[in-house]
Design a protein around this ligand. Structure first.
Ligand SMILES: [Mn+2]
Length: 317
């Protein structure tokens, strides 16, 4: 049986990293693992390397100590919540490959096993849920519990996505007992929206359209629209979830433009329609009901390609 203590054993220097545009699960997992590794061996040199993440995660342990890049050498490189090597934040890839050992802990069914060793639980709601069960509970401090709880909350959409199982709720329950504060974490990191986020959500909703008798909803935010609001890619998080709850919709598609002509697509499914298979066609991946991919072209071009693929994937459609 895999245990985190064994994975970390003997690693005097440890690199912990996650995927690009880190979400709550990625950040929570990295900071929880770092705090846990430090408690096992206070002399261990630990570097957490992540792209910028929301200020609302700032209360998590070591949030202020995360770096954007590293060129150091490490005994062990630990990738969390990253399903492919290309998903790793670019400035960390060399250090990851140079490390004496590399290990990936993840919950994505599409994990490509890019590290030397990999532990994937594709039934788990989140990497934080996986980590909880790999940790010795007696070593889980209030800070670690908060980080893990935040990750579970974010990847389950506050325990409402279909990835939420009894095992998820058991982990969350234990984390509350260990000191995580649900209302603070849920309100301040999940539901709280900035004025800018609300304006971008409003634009996306006004631009939404239905296809195939209302079975597909799609919308977008273009780069000029994002820039006009002074926003960045973090400001459009959550728009896809608002599209998804539209009555009668089976699949929701949200496109946003990262660079001129470079689009990131987020897809959600409300039934068994496999959006990770749709995204895999375009080199992306994820889960059956939540996936993403990148496309190049004009809005009209990428939207047509994507909607065609989604239409073919609709079960019974
Ligand atoms: Mn995750």
């Amino acid at each position: 049986m895999t245990r985190l203590d064994e994975i970390l054993a003997g690693a005097g220097s440890l690199l912990i990293t996650g995927h690009v545009r880190p979400d709550g699960d990625c950040v929570g997992a990295c900071l929880a693992a770092a705090a846990y590794a430090a408690s096992l061996d206070p002399d261990r040199k630990i570097t957490v390397c992540l792209e910028p993440f929301p200020d609302s995660f700032g209360f998590l342990p070591g949030a202020g100590a995360a770096v954007r890049e590293t060129s150091d050498d490490f005994d062990l490189a630990l990738a969390l919540d990253a399903s492919t090597f290309e998903r790793l934040t670019p400035p960390v890839r060399d250090a990851f490959q140079r490390a004496k050992r590399s290990f990936c802990i993840d919950h994505h069914v599409t994990n490509t096993r890019f590290a030397q060793e990999t532990y994937v639980e594709s039934d788990a709601s989140s990497t934080c849920e996986v980590l909880f069960y790999l940790m010795e509970e007696k070593r889980i401090t209030q800070e670690i519990a908060s980080a893990l709880y935040l990750g579970i909350v974010h990847d389950t959409g506050v325990f409402k996505h279909s990835n939420t199982t009894e095992r998820t709720m058991r982990a969350a329950g234990r984390l509350v007992t260990l000191g995580a504060q649900p209302s603070h974490i849920i309100d301040e990191t999940f539901y709280r929206k900035s004025f800018r986020q609300n304006r971008l959500l409003g634009q996306a909703l006004l631009q939404a359209q239905l296809e195939r008798e209302g079975q597909i909803i799609h919308s977008y935010i273009s780069l000029p629209q994002l820039l006009a609001e002074g926003g960045n890619s973090q400001d459009i998080e959550g728009i896809i979830d608002q599209l998804r709850v539209t009555g009668g919709v089976r699949v929701a598609v949200f496109l946003y433009e990262l660079e001129p002509g470079q689009w990131k697509a987020s897809l959600r499914s409300n039934d068994e329609t496999d959006v990770s298979a749709v995204c895999a066609v375009f080199g992306g991946g994820g889960h059956v009901r939540a996936a993403g991919c990148s496309l190049t072209g004009t809005l009209a071009q990428v939207r047509e390609k994507l909607l065609e693929a989604v239409g073919q994937a609709l079960i019974g459609g």
